[in-house]
Design a protein around this ligand. Structure first.
Ligand code: NAP
Length: 545
């Protein structure tokens, strides 16, 4: 018997160091760690101690005897990994205890953003004696994409927020919300009050397709749609046309599958989640019964992960279908495909079954492949998507709602250089570099999607932030960080004067508690506050009593 890592694996590798027999792979630093879809347990080495399950921040590890029916396939998925990558080196990676050099016993670091990459960086830094961390976040809430990106039916993934809150509670961490770096304070001013600044504000723009009609009403970016159903205050009041029978999602990454699940399932699947009440109301009235997911390449190159495709094939009341003429995989594609062959075989089995399925339910998700969007025709609003096949023939899919899920893009950060072709801050191992000279800009660092581009899952940011923090600490040791003329307390005073709506960590916990209290009353993890004013009121609640 063995423990098994399942669908919700966050990839942050909290399970790795606690495994006494080192049978979890890939480990941080192993080849493939940053590209693998999840971590795996070798069933023939596992001693069933259960340490990994206790350490998992998202409850994704089960004893094989306790696997929920929807996760049973993961027994094979874990085992298959080791068929291709036999377990060899069982020596644990040494855990490095970091400390500041004697000559610099104190270090202050400002981190911009309060999402996963920011909080993993804060966790690494605040673990070191002598380090103080100040987190500055534009919105009134913490957890970034865990709150505003992870789909509401992935509630186990959202559990990682509890780990992040433990970091915010550390005495050497200060968090300030509703502070817009660029508007309320500049990066240069942050540097005058800290030894270093880490930019960790994510990728807040979208890739576009560059086709005619992309500006029409009815073309919605996945970022907007996902932020809407997750109740992000900037998007919560958006309205989308859900009156048609069909929606089309362009792209077939995991974001596309999240959107397809939300649109295709009966709203009952979300009533007991943290989905925004405004989104629940709109989805209750939705007429959409068919969601077409359009990939521009063959299924061997689909961007979704095996776990998410598997989950899509198991949705109650929704048929997963595919067009039988589009699911073939050529020999050449097999050789150059994404992922491992065991994964591809599993995915093909799911897609091939979808291509054979006779629809029985009025609700369906249809996977389409090898179709390139060429135009979004219509007058003021979109009326369809024009698609081109590799043989030059064309097809028109009628729809009034097109969700563009073709990936995110970093946005230039005020005061930092920007590589607009890659959509990232130019950096070397997290050190921000001058794009002209390639030389590091002293005191400036970055981590997360703005550093590496919009790839990977929540926990991918842990290793990414560890790399940035290691660069920062090397610079401290090499005396490359100048002493700032002022300290963080002066800046906090100035920010409180400049931003009357500033919220501190206590304010965030009041928001958190208010939402959870409302959730307890209705059997949900939380009921999200959607308006900026309501969030502010909740943050100040105790003060006003
Ligand atoms: P993604 O994985 O990069 O997928 C983007 C998709 O858009 C691909 O199918 C890509 O096709 C397609 N595309 C790009 N440009 C296009 C164009 N001009 N026309 C048509 N199609 C185009 O991005 P994502 O789905 O936004 O996900 C971002 C990251 O978050 C990923 O690492 C993802 O795994 C992660 N995520 C994970 C979960 C989860 O684990 N549950 C959930 C959400 C997001 P090509 O491959 O042909 O370029």
């Amino acid at each position: 018997m063995t423990f098994v890592i399942t669908q919700g694996c966050c990839d942050d590798a909290s399970c790795v160091p606690v495994c006494p027999v080192q049978c979890i792979r890939p480990r941080p630093g192993d080849p493939g760690f940053t590209t693998t879809e999840q971590l795996y347990i070798d069933p023939s080495t596992c001693i069933e101690c259960g340490n990994c399950a206790f350490a998992c921040p998202v409850d994704a590890i089960f004893h094989e005897a306790d696997l929920p029916p929807s996760q049973v396939d993961f027994r094979g998925i874990n085992a298959d990994y080791f068929a291709a990558h036999p377990l060899e080196d069982l020596t644990p990676h040494p855990i490095e205890r970091r400390r500041l050099p004697r000559a610099r016993p104190e270090l202050s670091v400002a981190i911009v953003g309060a999402g996963p990459s920011a909080l993993y960086a804060a966790a690494e830094l605040s673990d070191i004696r002598g380090v103080t961390v100040m987190i500055l976040e534009r919105t009134p809430t913490a957890h970034g994409l865990v709150r505003a990106g992870v789909a509401p039916d992935h509630d186990r993934t959202k559990l990682i927020g509890e780990r992040f809150d433990r970091v915010l509670r550390r005495p050497n961490v200060t968090a300030l919300f509703n502070v817009d770096v660029g508007r309320d304070v500049s990066v240069q001013e942050l540097l005058r009050h800290h030894h270093a600044v880490v930019w960790a504000a994510g990728a807040s723009d979208d890739r576009t397709m560059g086709i005619p009609g992309e500006g029409r009403v009815g073309l919605v970016s996945a970022r907007e749609f996902v932020s809407w159903y997750n109740g992000h205050p900037d998007f919560a009041e958006r309205e989308f046309d859900l009156s048609g029978r069909r929606a089309v999602v362009i792209g077939n990454g995991n974001v596309a599958l999240d959107v397809a699940r939300v649109l295709a399932q009966p709203v009952g699947a979300f009533e007991k989640t943290s989905m925004s009440d405004l989104a629940l109301a709109a989805l209750r009235a939705s007429n959409i019964r068919e969601v077409v997911v359009v990939g521009r390449r063959g299924q061997a190159f689909a961007a979704y992960s095996t776990a998410e495709l598997l989950a899509l094939s198991q949705l109650p009341g929704v048929d997963l279908l595919a067009d039988p003429t589009e699911v073939s995989v050529t020999e050449q594609e097999l050789e150059t495909s994404r992922g491992r062959s065991a994964d591809l075989a599993r995915r093909r089995a799911i897609v091939d079954a979808a291509a054979r399925r006779t629809p029985g339910s009025p609700r369906r998700i249809v996977l389409r492949y090898r179709l390139t969007p060429t135009e979004l025709p219509g007058d003021h609003a979109v009326s369809g998507v024009a698609l081109a096949r590799p043989d030059g023939t064309a097809e028109m899919l009628d729809t009034s709602l097109v969700i563009r899920a073709v990936g995110f893009r970093g946005r230039a950060a005020p005061g930092l250089p920007f590589d607009s072709s890659a959509g990232i801050v130019p950096n070397d191992g997290g050190r921000v570099v001058d794009p002209e000279t390639g030389r590091p800009l002293p005191g400036l660092y970055c981590t997360g999607w703005i550093k590496r581009g919009p790839t990977g899952v929540i926990g991918t940011n842990r290793a990414d932030s560890a790399e940035t923090v290691a660069s920062l600490l090397d610079d401290v040791a090499d005396h490359r960080l100048p002493e700032p003329p002022h300290g963080p307390p002066q800046l906090i005073k100035a920010l409180r004067r400049r931003q009357p709506n500033l919220i501190d960590a206590m304010g965030w916990w009041r928001i958190d508690e208010a939402e959870k209290r409302a959730g307890r009353a209705s059997g949900r993890p939380r009921v999200k506050l959607l308006a900026a004013d309501d969030l502010l009121r909740a943050a100040r609640e105790d003060h006003e009593r």
